[in-house]
Structures are given as C-alpha cells and as structure tokens.
Design a protein around this ligand. Structure first.
Ligand SMILES: *Cc1c(COP(=O)(O)O)cnc(C)c1O
Length: 457
C-alpha cells in the first residue's frame, strides 16, 4: 500500500520535535530535510516520491539492500512467536542459534558471544571485559588502555574515552579516562606506507616496553579506520601490532563494528592479516542493517577468567534490557544465511575490483588528494592544493557541499570532514555502483570548480 504524506507538515513536526544525532540543528533547520518513507533495494524513497541511492548504506549498515523479502519474512515469522524475552538468567531460540553461527564464521579461537544492541555498547563491553579479565586473574595493576590517533569507537563514555578525534571527543575530556595513544598509519600524510607503519610499531613497542604491566588492552579498528576518513592500514601492520601485544601480555580488542560482515572483502577485516583478536566487537552489518543487535566475541581464555565459584565474585555484571533480542537475532540469522547463499563476500571482492577501476579517473582531478579503498569501503580526500596536500579549511565545508550536490542528483551519503564517503550496500550491482560513482564524481568536479571560482572572485 502506498501512503500519502504531507511533506510540509512532517517537516514542521521534524523541526519542532526532533533533535538529530551528529547534527548542528541550526544548520539543519535552515534546509529542506530529506524525510524517508520507504526503501527498495539500494534506494531510499522520500515522502515526496524522490528516490536516492543509499550511497553510505544508511550510515554503513546495509548489506542486502532495503525491503528484502527474505529478511522481512524472518522478522515476521519470529514476531509470530515472540518479539522479546530477556537473556538475564534464561535463553531464547534465535539468540542461541545466532551465537552458534557467529562462532562458526568468526576467526578461529573466538568461542563465546555476549550480546548488546549497538557498536558503542559492544565496545563498552569489550573494555570492561578486558579490564576485569586482569582483575579476575589478580593482575590488578593492568588497567590502562591503548588506542590509536583519530580512533572512533562510539559515543558512550567508555567508547568516547578510547576515541581520539578532537572534534568529537575533546569537550568531554574531563569526564573520560585517558588511554595511551599511538599513531594509526596514514600513508598519505605521514610519509608513505613504510614510514607510517614504522612509526606506529616503534611507538607501540616503546610504550609496551615501559608500561605493559599497567595496560589491559589495545583497541584497534582493524585495517580501515572509518570515522577518521577511511584510512587504510598497509598489509601486515595489524599482524605486527598483534604480535607486539601478545609478546607483552596485552589484549587485542578488534573493533569490527564498521569492517565486519564482508565490508572489506573478508568476513572480518582481521582475516586480511590472519589475526585472531582476544576480543572482537561487531554490530552495524550483523542484522543486514535491519535492527539494532551487536555482539562482543571472546576467546575461551577470556571467558575462563570469569568462570568461577559464585563466591569468588568474578561474574561479568553487565547487561541491557534488550540483550539478545529475538527479532534482531532472527533477522541476523537470515542475513548470514543470505550472505552465504549468495557468496556475498566473494562478490564484494569482485565488485571492489570494479570500484577500483571506477575510482581511477578521479585520481587526475585537481582537488582529489588521495583515494582509499578496501572492499566496498572507500574515502576520497579532497584538498585545496594537490601539490602541497593543503587541506580545505573546515569552514569551506567542502565535504558537506559535495554531498549536498550528490543529494540533488539522487545519492545520499555523509562526508567525514573533507573526505567523501562511499560505502554502498554490499548487494549493489556493478551497474548501480557505476551510476553512484558517476553522481559522486560529477558532484566532486562541480563543487571543487565552484569553490575555486569563488576563491578567485
Ligand atoms: C559506528 C562505529 C561504532 C559505533 O557503533 P554504534 O552502533 O553507532 O554505536 C563503533 N566503532 C566503529 C569502528 C564504528 O564505525
């Protein structure tokens, strides 16, 4: 059934009653909002009937597209059984079956699943588990953390503490614990692949030599650092980080919230380097982008440190109302089944090669400084001066303006500063990817030329 909507009325109510995430409402309220009514495949359709490509997978979540019959059916069938019951002291059917499937596809060695409902809480749980692991083992001095420069791990207080993007995190400093920070290799700005990896490893090793006794864990966005601007770690770096941590008895937490479930061309990004983390946080793609389910996966060794007589008080005292929600777990199961049936991860590898070709012509653009891609996760960094790599000033809002132009042309995405993000649903066809890239390339060309003309005037 097609609904009829009154755009003006909805826009007015949106303005009066809603506060949007990561949004300066003063800017937002000055614009005509996009109000989505429904989705079909890789397109989102607004209340006026205009269709847009979902060029950022509804903030990096979507896998098979929208309104997928198999996923819809999984939810309906579960709904006819039960929508929710708790995992506190009891179990439900889909959460058990999904845990089994997650362990089957996870890097070997991860053996237990702890559910929550979003990426930040999956990270929060990872941090608390890593901390308590050492407490339970009697190594009570090991309570510090290591994170990486410009890291993003979500917006709760613990996740914000291990965040290192000044614009998002600086204001909360007095509220947060302070991790050690080592650089994430950023070849474009830090002297190329070799030098940037070398700097990361050197600083990590020296920190570990001095402080490993005080450090519980290091948290890493494996292979692609997303929110900082899609920065891709050179091959082999993650493996060397993992080896240094192991040698110094510090746990590795892999935040696979953005990179998990095929996004980078492997089921999990850790697999690119054959790394098995001690703790792994997953969310975004887990339910195909349908419902909020997240999970923290751990090795048997972590689990065993909490497994004790009740009197020892080693229990993990953490949980949420909706932990292991049956509707979410049911659709996650259907998502994983579809991924397998359609060999989606292999398809991502093939489509990534196609995307790489489509990105080539952009390299010659006068304001495209760097193009980074791993699988179907790509960032295009715009610069004012290509020779000196001088960035556009944040006041120029170049990323915002390119994305605004793309929206007019029928594609939705969100920039990360001066980086244009392209993260299409994994099931996008090559023709759809090509059409999306056409819109993005046109938008980049037009807006960077306009910006230059304005500067001359
Ligand atoms: C999105 C993201 C998070 C936070 O997930 P939410 O579900 O938004 O809380 C954490 N880590 C990474 C790497 C992410 O990209």
């Amino acid at each position: 059934m097609l609904h009829m909507y009154d755009y003006a009325e909805l826009a007015e109510k949106n303005r009066r009653f809603l506060w949007h995430p990561f949004t300066q409402m003063k800017d937002y309220n000055a614009q005509e909002p996009v109000i989505i009514a429904r989705g079909e495949g890789v397109k989102l359709i607004d209340v006026n009937g205009k269709a847009y490509y979902d060029g950022f997978s509804s903030v990096w979540l979507n896998v098979h597209g929208h309104n997928v019959p198999e996923l819809n059916q999984a939810i309906t069938e579960q709904l006819e059984q039960i929508a929710h019951s708790t995992l506190l002291g009891m179990a439900n059917v889909p959460s058990i079956l999904l845990a089994e499937q997650l362990i089957r596809i996870a890097p070997p060695g991860l053996s237990k699943v702890f559910y929550s409902d979003n990426g930040a809480t999956a990270v929060e749980i990872s941090l608390k588990m890593a901390f308590q692991y050492w407490q339970n083992r009697g190594r009570t001095g090991k309570h510090g953390f290591i994170t990486m420069n410009n890291a993003y791990h979500g917006d709760t207080i613990g996740a914000t503490s291990v965040g290192a993007i000044p614009l998002y995190h600086q204001v909360y400093k007095p509220l947060l614990f302070s991790p050690h920070i080592v650089p994430y290799p950023y070849p474009y700005r830090d002297g190329g692949e070799e030098a940037s990896v070398e700097a990361t490893l050197r600083q990590l090793e020296s920190l570990l030599q001095q402080k490993a006794d005080e450090i519980a864990a290091m948290i890493v966005e494996p292979v692609v650092q997303g929110a900082s601007g899609m920065i891709v770690m050179p091959d082999g770096c993650l493996k060397q980080i993992a080896e240094l941590l192991r040698a110094h008895d510090v746990l590795l937490i892999a935040d696979e919230v953005a990179t998990g479930f095929g996004r980078t061309g492997k089921m999990f990004a850790c697999e690119h380097d054959g790394v098995v983390p001690d703790i792994m946080a997953v969310a975004k793609g887990l339910t195909g982008g349908y419902l909020p389910v997240a999970a923290t996966l751990v090795t048997e060794e972590i689990y065993a440190a909490f497994y004790a007589d009740y009197e020892e008080q080693k229990t993990f005292f953490h949980g949420h109302s909706f932990t292991g929600n049956p509707l979410g777990c049911a659709v996650a199961l259907a998502n994983l089944r579809l991924m397998e049936e359609r060999r989606l991860v292999d398809q991502v590898v093939e489509k990534a090669a196609g995307l790489e070709e489509l990105l080539q012509p952009l390299k010659g653009e006068p304001h495209v400084g760097d193009i980074r891609q791993k699988g179907l996760m790509a960032g295009i960094e715009l610069v004012r001066d290509k020779q000196t790599k001088e960035p556009y000033h944040w006041n120029e809002r170049i990323g915002v303006r390119v994305c605004q132009r793309a929206r007019e042309k029928g594609l939705l995405t969100r920039p990360l500063g001066n980086v244009i993000v392209f993260i299409p649903p994994l099931a996008s066809t090559m023709a759809e990817i090509a059409d999306m890239m056409r819109i993005l390339a046109e938008s980049i060309r037009e807006v960077t030329i306009e910006q230059k003309e304005q500067a001359v005037r």
